[in-house]
Ligand binder design. Structure first.
Ligand code: GDP
Length: 467
């Protein structure tokens, strides 16, 4: 069936198998209940346990969220005696790097909040309110701008640094009321102690955590023994963490939903098949590079994702329509592809249309419309039937995960040449954790049982991902 499908659908579908609550008013966030009209039903059902965990999280957030008595008490307690801590504990997510990075760290922070019964709040000083609807009913996830924590969101009181300088130890007397975690790509060994059971026991006692990260740290949460049991129950199918939590958490605002639906209805809805191609050039210089273009052509040819061009017409009586959605900062990749299928017929007789929503030329993170377009494009890619992404790009990981797709990943070119093979099919739809702590670190004893959850990333062998 083409196009937005009939809205008289069974309720489970609109609520994504129970992932979403019915409590919201539809109009305030159209995407929340309309996504199922655009996305094919997921092949993966959330577990009952995950669904019930999400419902209890929502209750916790209502009880502890901004505006509640409990919140006021917890905020007052900041900087005071941690032993007077109330019943609510928090984790505040801070935006870092591009939107793909932000989304991956946000989902990681949310899973951590679920596992540790903390309330997830977000720093609203970036354009988050223009991108995502409120995910939790009857409350807000925005850290109030007048919160006393607002001035502390940098990396002061950094856990890793405190461990390094012995400013923190396991006695409650020295436990501070807030701590910031530094889980950025350039973090050091002491910061990595976050992933140790022993350190988790200490961190658990702190009421306020600030989460500074630009990575998808979920795979290493599976290595922490006390989390592992719970994670297995939440996600019996391990590689669905981002797929479920992303679709639960990330609902485009009405403005972004307009960008998505107008583009989808105009260019993708009538196609018999859609292919997404995400082109991210992470080398310097970036821009249009011949060897990257060749890599895309080589990959789509070898993997039979696009028909080859032929010398003579293939007179098919009812040719199929294939729509290709190209996303890139640069216009040339889609222009070349479009010309190719205009100048020559396709060998299969298929009609190939090529579309690119925007050509922003360079990254402009924190520009409202730029970020909205970036989110719209990740989302549009996630609606395609098949997907090609650029290796190492978190932008591509988000599209793949939301869509429940296993993408063909373009290897990162080295020496200005087209890699051979040009691409590899993802082993799972999970994002890659680019810089995990060493596997044989603090939980060497559990590592043998843990390694079956993760594998090396297809395009980045020092990274790990859930399978
Ligand atoms: P990564 O750097 O590829 O891991 O992805 P990020 O999303 O973290 O950062 C790249 C940023 O550059 C995006 O968030 C956008 O702001 C911009 N960008 C990169 N590629 C595209 C694209 O294809 N379309 C749009 N609209 N923006 C892009």
């Amino acid at each position: 069936v083409n196009g937005p499908r009939d809205s008289g659908k069974p309720r489970e579908d609109k609520l994504l198998g129970g992932l979403l609550t019915e409590e919201f008013d539809e109009g305030s966030c159209l995407s929340r209940y309309q996504s199922s009209l655009y996305r094919k039903p997921s092949l993966y059902q959330p577990s009952h346990y995950l669904v019930s965990k999400l419902r209890s999280y929502e209750m916790l957030h209502k009880r502890c969220g901004p505006g509640t008595e409990a919140f006021k008490r917890a905020a007052e307690q900041l900087g005071h005696d941690p032993r007077s801590a109330g019943e609510c504990r928090y984790i505040v997510w801070v935006a870092a790097y591009g939107l793909g990075n932000r989304i991956l760290s946000l989902v990681s922070a949310f899973l951590y909040a679920l596992l540790t019964e903390r309330v997830l709040l977000v720093d609203q000083r970036t354009d988050i309110t223009h991108l995502f609807c409120e995910p939790f009913p009857g409350t807000s996830w925005l850290l109030p701008l007048d919160s006393p924590l607002m001035g502390q969101l940098d990396s002061s009181r950094c856990y890793g640094t405190m461990v390094k300088t012995h400013a923190i130890n396991s006695t409650i007397r020295t436990t501070p009321s807030y701590l910031s975690l530094y889980l950025m790509h350039d973090y050091e060994d002491h910061d990595k102690m976050f992933f140790c059971e022993r350190d988790q026991n200490l961190i658990r006692q702190v009421s306020w955590l600030v989460f500074n990260s630009n990575m998808y740290s979920v795979p290493s949460l599976w290595m922490i023994p006390s989390f592992q049991t719970e994670l297995i129950k939440l996600f019996p199918k391990k590689d669905t963490v981002f797929h479920h939590l992303g679709r639960y958490l990330l609902h485009p605002t009405n403005q972004v939903w307009g960008l998505i639906t107008r583009f989808y209805n105009a260019y993708l809805s009538r196609a018999d098949e859609t292919l997404g191609v995400q082109v991210r050039v992470l080398t310097n210089p970036a821009g249009y590079l011949e060897h990257v273009m060749n890599q895309i052509l080589e990959c789509t040819k070898r993997e039979k994702l696009l028909p080859e061009v032929a010398a003579t017409n293939n007179t098919s009586t009812s040719p199929k329509l294939k729509a290709v959605l190209v996303t890139s900062l640069y216009p040339e990749y889609s222009e070349k592809l479009r010309n190719m299928y205009w100048e020559s017929p396709s060998s299969t007789g298929e009609m190939v249309q090529v579309h690119q929503p925007s050509q922003e030329m360079y990254q402009q993170t924190d520009e409202k419309l730029h970020d909205q377009k970036a989110f719209a494009e990740m989302y549009l890619l996630s609606l395609t039937d098949k997907l090609v992404t650029s290796g190492l790009s978190t932008f591509g990981y988000v599209a793949q995960g939301l869509g429940g797709l296993k993408a063909w990943i373009l290897y990162r070119p080295t020496n200005h040449s087209t890699p051979d093979p040009p691409c590899v099919k993802a082993v799972s739809m999970e994002p890659c954790f680019h810089r995990p702590p060493p596997l044989y670190g603090c939980q060497a004893e559990t590592v043998n049982s843990s390694t079956r959850f993760v594998t090396r990333c297809e395009e980045w062998i020092t990274g790990i991902k859930l399978v």
